[in-house]
Design a protein around this ligand. Sequence first.
Ligand code: ADP
Ligand code: MG
Length: 687
Amino acid sequence: QITNNIKVETNGHNSNNVKESKIANETPQDLQEARRQLPVYMVRNRLLEEIKKHDTMIVIGETGSGKTTQIPQLIHEQRLEGAGAIAVTQPRRVAAITIALRVAAEMNTEIGSIVGYSVRFEDVTSPRTKVKYMTDGMLLREAILDPLLKKYSVVVLDEAHERTVSTDVLFGIVKLAQKERNEKKLNPLKVIVMSATMDVDSFKKYFNNCPVIYLEGRTYPVTIYHSKMKQEDYQYAAVCTIFQLHATTPANHDFLVFLTGQEEIETVMYNIKQIAKEATGPPIRVCPLYAGLPPAKQLQVWRDAPPGTRKIILATNIAEASVTIPRIQCVIDTGVVKERTWSGGTGAERLAVRATSQAAGWQRAGRAGRTQAGAAYRLYTADEFRARPMHQTPEILRCPLASTMLLLIAAGVEPSNFPLIDSPPPDSVKASLSLLKELGAVDSEVNPKLTVIGKKMSTFPIEPKYSKVLLCAPEYNCLDEALSIIAVLSSENIFHTPMHKREEAIKMKQKFLSPLGDHITLLNVFKAFCKAPLKKQWCKENYLNHKNLTYACEVRQQLLAICLKLNMTVTSCGQAYDQYNPQYLSVYCADCLRTALGSGARAQAGAAAGRRGGGARAAGRYVTAAGAAAALHPASALQALRPPPAALLYTELLVTGRTYMLTASAIQPHWLHQVAPDYARRCRANR
Ligand code: ADP
Ligand code: MG
């Protein structure tokens, strides 16, 4: 059905004939041979000359040309970093880890010695580390403690085209650091900005007309097919296309399918496995690739399938540019990506599936032409493609900035004087500063200075609204519980609800549900997880995400370490009651916790909301303290309560068509009027 809708439109780029060496089970010789085959290798001498000559440069090259893995190694082989180290930033945690592992293997050394990585909540480096892969967020955190980045002689800002907030801010940080290190006659800081495709002109201008090096591409022609008709359901269209191609394409052609997230990938994977039982064509091996996947499973993607088996990789945007998968001949591009945006007014975060930019469309198609000529099937029409924006909007223009602002202020930077390529909307800056003021992190919204609490808040690698909760918790004797809840809230979703087993998953969730709300429910799950002897098995039985819960445990450890460093007392509000009456425990504990959660600001740390009017129609519909209409999320533990609580406190707002309060607990209505004295008026305005 789908193939008939697809027609040939354009041919891809020119080819040249370099063979890619084998990736799987390589010997050290194989690895060295593979390195010599990469486009970067051909131009290494010129590249090194340029790096020696200039303090700043931009390197542009096709994904897979060896920028990320090779350039830091080349610099280190020549010892150009001197006494300092080389920092290489990545927007994604997974990319930082897998690339560091790959480079350690290529250098035949253990991870954590010469080559290491540092990502939030995990630092695998040592004083000997010279090549350090890290997330952009981690380097930004280091910049608070040392705005001159004195540890490093070279900073490589990779994947610049992604324009994450952290990378954007780092551009400014390194620019200021270079200038000051020059003025103070310290050793110079070399900055290398790397990217696949990018709007080079604005970057070049921003970095004072620095040189740009273009790496010779090494791609084969990619034939692009567009869908003839608009597709209503891209998941369905993807599955249909996969099987149509599967029946007609040789078995040694691997497929790469772009989807938006873990649950979607799992659903499609399930469907493929079901249909594959009866489909014509060679055997299939399906490999998922998304951020939350355990590293061992991620590596599957790079492993060869048995001869005669087709590998189908179902990936999120991560496969677009930050990691390279060899031997893909066929790309299926759904043309969508999941993106976080934010509306300054209501403080609601929007996690939405959006159409990709044209640049992303070309990037995705390019993945099919890495080792031989390939094809890309776009599940959208050519007209749709042409109507899309050329580039994605930089994150700084669409995201909450409170954490970033707090970091900048902590680093001693005045936000209004900070050199950014694109300035965020004034509304968004204002909203972030006013939130920080409400949380008590800064003394004023104009010319803000960090308060004592603000300084403490900036040492936690979590959102300011959550660090504030931790800082308030000792007062209510509930730091122990607050740590667990905040750790879970700072991780990805701990519930695992596969589409095809929805009912069962929901049934299993019942036993953790607390009538007090989602925060205590999360705490119940987390505590039970910590006690479970066979965690993996236990998670499977209970429809919980083992990986994300394990991660939450690590997060808790790290947060606890920071609390102890800040001399905070870790007490639990549950201890005295624990053995006698678990129910009583949770009521008492919930009170403490809810007070702690609410002790942040009216608008954020725990924002309150009141139920809208009476009657059955109004059930589950609320007005937030900031005056916005919001509904209780269908997955909330409070859904089971009849009547629904009159007032509640939530820590997350999510907009997916409607505005939902994602994590909510019940509170006393009088508390709501305490934190928001003008609530009644706002409510009337909203009727
Ligand atoms: P770029 O940064 O220019 O996109 P990379 O340096 O990431 O390129 O990748 C260069 C090559 O190294 C890729 O073409 C791929 O063959 C190989 N490679 C990278 N990461 C891995 C990995 N984790 N496992 C196996 N091979 C890899
Ligand atoms: Mg790269």
